[in-house]
Design a binder for this molecule. Structure first.
Ligand SMILES: [Zn+2]
Length: 185
């Protein structure tokens, strides 16, 4: 028997799944990541998330998303720059650093330079619990005032959503589950 053939017969050790990097949780401590790995292996992560976030929101259209975002803006950031567009976008790939995408487009109108603000939300948020949509919209609204992810930025996020940090962590758990296991059901 050729050597190469024999090599393919070696069964994958179950432990190999434990070393799968958790791309959405890269910024969190190693022991926390290990706990998450354990929950996935014990098939408990989905049930835990479902218990905490049992319902999917019904903000499915760009129109509904725009109204929802403007509602939050009117409540917390009345004086910020106007928003011309808020849409779901399936071309954004959700990563550790860019969960949404805020863009500012400058247009020359006559002699005046006018800028238009747009928010694009990854279309994965079209069907998530409302808490995660709220968290990402709050994040993008905060960027109207603060471009960078600095202290002032996170203070503004927490002003709009006191549970911001917990929700961001849980969102990362949710995305991890979506990636490695599938939808919550
Ligand atoms: Zn950001």
């Amino acid at each position: 028997m050729p050597r190469s053939k024999r090599r393919t017969e070696i069964p994958r050790s179950p432990a190999s799944t434990a070393t799968t990097p958790l791309k959405y949780l890269g910024g969190y401590p190693a022991d926390l990541q290990q706990q998450v790995q354990q929950l996935i292996q014990q098939e408990k992560l989905g049930a835990m998330l479902l218990k905490r976030y049992p319902q999917i929101h019904d903000i499915r259209t760009d129109r509904a998303l725009y109204d929802y975002t403007l509602g939050l803006k009117a409540e917390f950031m009345r004086k910020s720059q106007p928003l011309s567009k808020v849409v779901y976008d399936d071309k954004i790939s959700v990563t550790r650093d860019a969960l949404g995408l805020h863009t500012q487009i400058s247009r020359v109108q006559g002699a005046k330079l006018k800028s238009k603000n747009e928010i694009r939300i990854d279309s994965v948020f079209r069907q998530t619990p409302i808490e995660f949509l709220r968290m990402i919209v709050v994040h993008e609204l905060a960027h109207l005032k603060e471009k960078d992810h600095n202290k002032a930025f996170y203070q503004l996020c927490q002003h709009m959503e006191p549970d911001y940090h917990q929700l961001e962590f849980d969102l990362r758990l949710y995305l991890t589950h979506l990636d490695l296991v599938g939808k919550l059901c």
